[in-house]
Design a protein around this ligand. Structure first.
Ligand code: ADP
Length: 612
């Protein structure tokens, strides 16, 4: 017998379980039955693929046994089992991505910890909510000997060989004394077990037996008429497949008849999955063929930007042996995926109209992922734009593009937007001044993904998107245009002198039509990348050539007027410093960073000194 230590993250999670922060302890049984059901799925799949495997798959099932006098409860399956290495790796450690992050969050916000647990799904370890010792005996079909694993959930576990273990896994809980105050019911009572299985695991496709009797109906929810399935049943099924402990925000059902028949049961989450923005995060839905589980995370059926959608697709006409390679090439699968995507997008649109608060909740959780579709899925671009919401200068609440367009001023041709790090930075940036003064609404885009899609999405409802920090701002009237041309002539010498004085930093100096109260701002050419995007590339370690932007001056600002006068009087030397100061101010005003802050500070200090 060997005694091994739990990995430190596993130990922390176990402590949480032992001290049981989650009030609904019944759910441990759901987790064990769910693991057993997965193990049976895996064995059946293995037996399709490996014809030489000497196992009987005719009577795959789950048995629950209780012994009131010994106070034990056992969940046994004749599924895939585990090898000794599997046990150490799967039960002794937590390999789930995001564990460290999850534990950190738990520490930070003790109070709402049960919400967080919900997002994580703690599986097997939840046994320690109700047991003070757990014994697991398991044997993989290829292994001669079985393995016994035992632990009290403290820092170590023991592991031992077993000669006569049946193939499959049994988990025996040595239950804590039942205690009404601690809300710990007597889990050895058949009525209690039956109630929990019925509530949480009725849809499990394998028989769950208690005292020789099947206690679950085993009906696949997606095969039952929707009118007969309760919301609670959907919620439990969603929890089973998603490992989310919350109820879903929306349930979507689909049915296709004809040459290629399939049924789908999809869910939108109330809370973003923990791994939504992690590199190795899970994606895709479960694929079944005629009620038989084929694979998890079937990415071929759901594009990456919809990775928050969980659910099941059951296709009637695929082979049980279907592999990922085949799926990737299958034309029917591609058609199916196209229809699933359209259905998900249209369901979100309906949600928007019917339950706006729920839509906003969903958007807050997964909107940033959904927006990836604007780049990745050109075919559905318009449908995605329709369900997007953005912050805007119109009000503190989010707006849809349809609402924006309905508020557009007479003669306004563009949908104006500005990207940036935060709402405050964007609102205070000088670029917005003239547009605001004239009453134009500007979308405030602050998600990193916004920097990307705005470059490749030309328009919405035939109105082109226009960055207020790029290119020239349109002038409205002929008078404005004539006046601007006259000003430009008047300032032309100053502008070209200043252009060469600042040539290391900017590619041009020109007069601005977008400023009212600030002296200057920096703008990009229509196709230049934005400073935020530049920062993102640099953070990813990408080398970029230095990007020079355009400095725009406000000719009616006293500072610029003074500069013009001094320039006319022949002053040059001190004006070079002034030019640099103005450029620095423009950068700071948009929340940007100075290349050489100490030099800027010195210039300012010198200038202030001269005022005394
Ligand atoms: P999860 O089920 O979320 O992956 P668990 O902690 O419940 O997390 O289980 C960890 C792993 O241990 C499972 O993914 C599975 O590989 C293995 N496992 C658990 N229970 C069983 C079982 N009854 N039969 C075979 N393998 C199991």
């Amino acid at each position: 017998m060997e005694t091994l230590e739990f990995q430190s993250e596993a130990r922390q999670l176990l402590q949480l379980m032992i001290h049981s922060i989650y009030s609904n302890k019944d759910t441990f049984l759901r987790e064990l039955v769910s693991n057993a059901s997965d193990a049976l799925d895996k064995l059946r799949l293995e037996s399709f693929r490996d014809k030489d495997m000497q196992v009987d798959v005719d009577d795959l099932h789950i048995v629950i046994e209780s012994d009131p006098s010994a106070r034990t409860l056992t969940v046994r399956d004749n599924g895939i089992g585990m090898t000794r290495e599997d046990v150490v790796r799967l039960i002794g450690t937590i390999a789930k991505s995001g564990t460290a992050e999850f534990l950190k969050q738990l520490k930070e916000q003790q109070s709402s910890s049960s919400d967080l647990i919900g997002q994580f799904g703690i599986g097997f370890y939840s046994s320690f909510m109700v047991a003070d010792k757990v014994t697991l005996v398991t044997r993989h079909p290829h292994a001669e000997k079985g393995v016994r694993w035992e632990s009290t959930g403290e820092s170590t576990y023991t592991i031992d060989d077993v000669d006569d273990a049946p193939q499959g896994t049994s988990v025996t809980l040595h239950l804590k004394p039942s205690d009404d105050e601690d809300r710990l019911p007597d889990y050895t009572e058949p009525a209690k077990i039956r109630e929990i299985v019925k509530r949480y695991s009725d849809f499990i496709t394998w028989p769950v037996r208690l005292g020789g009797e099947d206690i679950n109906s085993r009906k696949a929810l997606w095969a039952r008429p929707s009118s007969e399935v309760t919301e609670e049943e959907y919620a439990e099924f969603y929890r089973h497949i998603s490992h989310d402990w919350n109820a879903p925000l929306e349930t979507i059902r689909m049915q296709a008849e004809g040459t290629f028949e399939y049924q789908a049961l999809l869910f939108l989450p109330a809370q973003a999955p923990m791994d939504l923005f992690m590199r190795d995060g899970k994606r895709g839905v479960q694929l079944y063929v005629k009620r038989v589980f084929i694979m998890d995370d079937c990415a071929e059926l759901m594009p990456e930007y919809l990775r928050f959608v969980k659910g099941v697709v059951d296709a009637a006409d695929l082979s049980l042996n279907v592999s990922r390679e085949i799926l990737q090439q299958d034309r029917q699968i591609q058609l199916m995926r196209r229809r699933l995507v359209k259905k998900v997008l249209s369901s979100i649109k309906s949600l928007m109209g019917a339950r706006p608060d729920d839509y906003l909740k969903l958007w807050g959780e997964v909107g940033a992922a959904l927006k990836e579709g604007l780049l990745a899925d050109a075919d559905n671009r318009d449908a995605i734009l329709e369900i997007c919401s953005f912050a805007s200068t119109h009000s503190d609440s989010l707006t849809t593009l349809t609402e924006y367009v309905s508020r557009m001023k007479e003669g306004q041709e563009h949908i104006y937007f500005m990207t940036g790090d935060s709402r405050v930075a964007v609102e205070q940036s000088p670029h917005l001044e003239a547009l605001r003064a004239k009453g134009y609404e500007v979308l405030i885009l602050t998600d990193p993904i916004d920097e990307m899609w705005v470059d490749s999405v030309p328009s919405f409802s035939e109105k082109p998107f226009q960055s207020v920090a790029k290119g020239q701002v349109d002038l409205e009237t002929e008078e404005e245009k004539t006046a601007a041309a006259a000003k430009a002539a008047e300032f032309s010498d100053l502008l070209s002198w200043m252009g060469s004085a600042l040539e290391d930093n900017v590619k041009e100096v020109r007069l601005s039509t977008r400023l009212t109260t600030s002296p200057a701002c920096v703008v990009g050419d229509a196709h230049d990348i934005t400073p935020t995007l530049e920062k993102m590339y640099k953070a990813m370690g990408q080398e970029l050539p230095k990007i020079k932007r355009i400095l725009e001056l406000n000719p009616s600002h006293p500072l610029v007027e003074g500069l013009h006068k001094a320039f006319g009087a022949g002053e040059r030397e001190s004006l070079a410093d002034t030019a640099e100061l103005i450029y620095g101010l423009a950068l700071l005003a948009e929340g940007g960073e100075l290349a050489d802050p100490s030099r800027f500070v010195k210039l300012v200090a010198d200038r202030v000194q001269r005022t005394f």
